[in-house]
Ligand binder design. Structure first.
Ligand code: CTP
Length: 307
């Protein structure tokens, strides 16, 4: 802080700071007496007078064992602070209710085993965060994932199976203006869930599977004129044809197609390469981009329905 306030450029961080033309935030962390020292107070006020943004320190236990002001703000508060700063003033989806499904579903076989898939939920979480930054009220129905949702204004409903996800989506659908279905929902589940661990036997084991509900198709049936439904299609072959079939079968307003044949697209990647197909048969093909940038493209398209 002292070096930043006084332009002492003897390390890469201050060099970066002095060259930065973008908004700069600083989140101090120090012991309580240091924090109230006149030298610190003056440096902090110098930094804010230059237009930098102070993220206030927290109050609590400090590294010295003392308790007081000086703890670095919790990482999620730092993220919330930055998100609030960048939240766009007026957007076509500000205060609109947006429902998003994301992640895989797990279909239990017995108390220790399940059928799952490779979805991480990353794409859906990126959409939820971008929608929240644009001021929408976001409800995210999220299958099992290790990923954390950063934006504090996103209401997360954690679910496990396709049936759980269906129940949650069905319950929330009516009051939403937009529903984006990015989840990789299992199409089949074991017909019976064994209450005890299934023991191994001689020879092969057969598990009978039954169909799960198609959440997107069901919500497509319920859709009102003023609601926008968006779907995804992950395909390996006959991509456009399959996507168009899904678009009309599930009554989507547009569908986001990603092909597993494209390098860097699909599960577990930070990037995605998509094509939008809408119900008027307009097609827009995009370059390979970060999932965050793809989320912005999807929401730009969603916003076009509200202009
Ligand atoms: N979807 C859903 N509920 C299901 C299956 C799919 O809501 N039980 C949604 C997905 O979230 C996605 C779209 O439907 O938005 C298409 O999913 P996809 O798995 O590509 O299509 P399926 O209909 O399952 O067809 P298939 O697996 O035969 O390609």
């Amino acid at each position: 802080i002292s070096k930043m306030a006084n332009g002492i450029c003897d390390n890469v961080i201050v060099a970066t700071y002095l060259s930065a033309r973008c908004p700069v935030f600083f989140a101090p962390a120090m012991d309580l007496d240091m924090w109230v020292h006149p030298a610190t107070l003056q440096n902090v006020s110098k930094l804010t007078s230059y237009g930098n943004h102070l993220i206030p320190v927290g109050h609590g236990e400090l590294a010295s064992g003392l308790v007081g002001a000086g703890r670095m703000a919790e990482p999620e508060n730092i993220v919330a602070y930055v998100n609030d700063f960048f939240e766009k003033e007026e957007t076509p989806i500000k205060e609109k209710n947006i429902l998003i499904t994301a992640g895989p579903t797990y279909e239990d076989i017995d108390p220790v085993r399940y059928l799952g898939n490779r979805s991480s939920g990353k794409m859906g979480i990126c959409i939820a965060e971008e929608a929240a930054i644009r001021g929408a009220n976001v409800t995210l129905i999220l299958g099992p994932t290790h990923l954390k949702v950063q934006h504090p204004k996103i209401k997360v409903i954690s679910v496990r199976s396709a049936e759980n996800m269906y129940q949650a989506a069905n319950q929330h659908f009516k009051k939403n203006d937009v529903t984006i279905m990015a989840a990789a929902v299992a199409d089949y589940r074991p017909k019976e869930i064994a209450t005890q661990k299934v023991k191994k036997v001689e020879g092969n084991l057969k598990i009978e599977l039954e169909r799960t509900k198609d959440i997107a198709a069901e919500l497509g049936r319920q859709k009102r004129k003023n609601q926008v439904n968006v779907g995804f299609a992950l395909e390996t072959n006959n991509e456009l044809e399959n996507a168009q079939k899904k678009l009309s079968k599930k009554n989507f307003d547009f569908i986001v197609l990603n092909s597993l044949q494209d390098k860097g697209a699909g599960f577990q990647h930070d990037t995605n390469k998509v094509t939008f197909v809408d119900s008027d048969n307009n097609r827009t093909e995009f370059e390979l981009k970060s999932k965050k940038a793809v989320a912005a493209d999807i929401l730009d398209k969603v916003e076009s329905y509200f202009i």
